[in-house]
Design a protein around this ligand. Structure first.
Ligand code: DGY
Length: 328
């Protein structure tokens, strides 16, 4: 009997691939994304796509008539046209839960780096400017006892909040729906309006998914409401912040700084960020530890295996597609 075919669009860990190869024909891409037409060509005979943020749209789905499932190897899935998958009865899955702490650690890394001017000072040191420890340079901002604001209080937002205890920080948050009292207690966090969040946060961490609703949720108007001493951190998705507006706010010192792991149009991000000292930059690496990326790859493989075995995948995004398949 012919084995089912899995196309893994980007290079991942050998252990995961070897494991899948026991039961399936597996083709794997390289480190970098391939062009859409190349992806369509390679997907043509696949039963499952395991994808790493690649754009999966109707044209790609139509080019892959055997497709049972698209298994994102990440938690965010704004790269996948879920409605188009559902219409075609194609299951879509992601990897929730396994990267919360690692991404929260990264938010803190960027928050601390921006507050204490770590990346800017490292550039200065590497450039050979260091002649002695100066008393009044480089002065950063205290993190401890400052107010941490969190926009988006899902699993990752809550993990960011829990870490604030060690810094004795009051935590405020804004979320579409308020957390129950137990979770608020666990996170030591107080629900506020978006306006209050913007006005009161010394550090504002964005931890919400990208969607048409969150597109440019933070633009010039919102940045103008923040304290001039505030620092904004984004480990969620590019496009939630209007990057041009943020660049203006940073250049004019309308806000004090930023720590960014994600950008609009990445990897072709707005190069004006590079001219600014008051921003710590990272290339979308919030979940990039060995253990976490391994857990993400394994969970995506588990979703793929379930879909090919006719079982409901554990991290199904579109249950309607599952219902369609069942009653076909
Ligand atoms: C995710 O899982 O959505 C992350 O952005 C990948 O690092």
């Amino acid at each position: 009997m012919n084995k089912h075919r899995i196309l893994i669009t980007r290079a991942t860990f050998d252990e995961v691939v070897t494991d899948l190869r026991r039961n399936f024909d597996v083709e794997m891409g390289g480190d970098d994304p391939c062009l859409p037409e190349e992806l369509r060509r390679r997907a043509a005979r696949a039963d499952v796509l395991m994808v790493w943020g690649d754009r999966i749209d109707a044209a790609l789905l139509d080019a892959a008539p055997q497709l049972v499932a698209v298994c994102n190897m990440m938690v965010g899935y704004n790269n996948i046209d879920i409605a188009a998958c559902t219409e075609r009865g194609i299951l879509a899955t992601n990897t929730p839960g396994v990267l919360d702490d690692t991404t929260a650690d990264m938010a803190w890394a960027l928050l601390l780096a921006a507050a204490r001017r770590v990346t800017e000072s490292e550039r200065w040191l590497r450039a050979g400017h260091w002649k002695g420890v100066r008393f009044a340079e480089p002065l950063g901002r205290d993190v401890h006892h400052a107010t941490l604001g969190i926009l988006g209080m899902g699993r990752i937002g809550r993990a960011v909040a829990r870490r604030a205890r060690g810094f004795d920080m009051p935590v405020i948050y804004h979320n579409r729906s308020r957390l129950d009292a137990g979770l608020e207690r666990e996170c030591n966090a107080r629900h506020v309006s978006l306006e209050e969040l913007l006005a009161e946060s010394d550090f504002l961490s964005l931890n919400l998914p990208y969607s048409t609703d969150s597109h440019h949720l933070i633009g010039a108007k919102e940045l103008a409401r923040m304290k001039p001493t505030a620092i904004i951190v984004n480990t969620a998705r590019g496009g939630i912040i209007d990057d041009a507006a943020l660049i203006d706010a940073l250049a004019s010192k309308r806000i004090a700084g930023a720590g960014l792991d994600v950008f609009e149009g990445e990897p072709d991000f707005n190069r004006s960020f590079l001219a600014l000292d008051n921003v710590a930059l990272a290339p979308h690496m919030g979940s990039a530890t060995f253990a976490t990326r391994m857990a993400m790859a394994r969970l995506a493989a588990e979703n793929a295996r379930a879909a090919l075995g006719g079982e409901r995948p554990p991290c199904l995004i579109n249950p309607e597609a599952w219902e369609r398949r069942r009653f076909r």
